[in-house]
Design a protein around this ligand. Structure first.
Ligand SMILES: Nc1ncnc2c1ncn2[C@@H]1O[C@H](COP(=O)(O)OP(=O)(O)O)[C@@H](O)[C@H]1O
Ligand SMILES: [Mg+2]
Length: 190
């Protein structure tokens, strides 16, 4: 396939840009079904900025919480050029990440967050603590929590008292409009 041209999502991009004008760190939640365009939207928004992305490993019957932590650690090492390491505690992983992003304008994406965190019962609590005591301190930081499993996001982030009042923006993505989809498919069938 040729490189896809980014289409639509103007309102969402504007909302994200407006948040960056604020003088405080922002927590953003993005949900929508698989393949609706969540990751693409965030990558497009962040493409001219300092951007780090972490993606949970797809579910498997043999998946363990440690495998998710190892994959996060691997992505950390890769993106920041750190030596390989193993950590048992999400708090340590978030602290290590924060040390790399405590200054300057930066966007961090935790993608497929339900895959990343659902096997470790401490994940959400550690994330909340990391936000409150670390990430939030960089006023130019944006942390985006994204996932395709809407029921998990609704229960554990949106209606959870743990994150009450913290997200500055919720985006629920729907399919691109018909005109936008036509432009999309038109590229392949003209
Ligand atoms: N706004 C867009 N314009 C053009 N192509 C898009 C757009 N959003 C998504 N796509 C295409 O649709 C596919 C699925 O998008 P993706 O961002 O991976 O979805 P999600 O992260 O929601 O699962 C990708 O191939 C992507 O290139
Ligand atoms: Mg995605």
């Amino acid at each position: 396939m040729p490189d896809t041209v980014f289409l639509g999502r103007k309102a969402e991009i504007e909302e994200l840009q407006a948040l960056q004008e604020r003088k405080s760190a922002s927590l953003v939640v993005v949900q929508g079904r698989r393949r609706v365009g969540k990751s693409t939207l965030i990558e497009e928004f962040a493409k001219t900025q300092t951007f780090y992305e972490f993606i949970g490993l797809a579910p498997d019957k043999d998946m363990t919480a440690q495998m998710q932590r190892d994959e996060f650690a691997r992505q950390l090492s890769e993106q920041f050029g750190l030596p390989k390491f193993i950590m048992q505690d999400w708090g340590d992983l978030f602290t290590l990440l924060y040390k790399q992003v405590n200054k300057g304008r930066v966007i961090i994406l935790l993608d497929e967050i339900s895959w990343m965190g659902s096997l470790d019962p401490t994940f959400l609590g550690k994330l909340k603590t990391a936000w409150d005591t670390q990430f939030k301190r960089n006023a130019k930081l944006m942390l985006i929590l994204c996932g395709s499993v809407s029921s998990w996001i609704e229960k554990n982030i949106i209606s959870s008292t743990l994150f009450l009042g913290r997200p500055a923006l919720y985006l629920k993505l729907n399919e691109l409009s018909l005109t936008e989809s036509n432009q999309f498919w038109g590229k392949y069938y003209q």
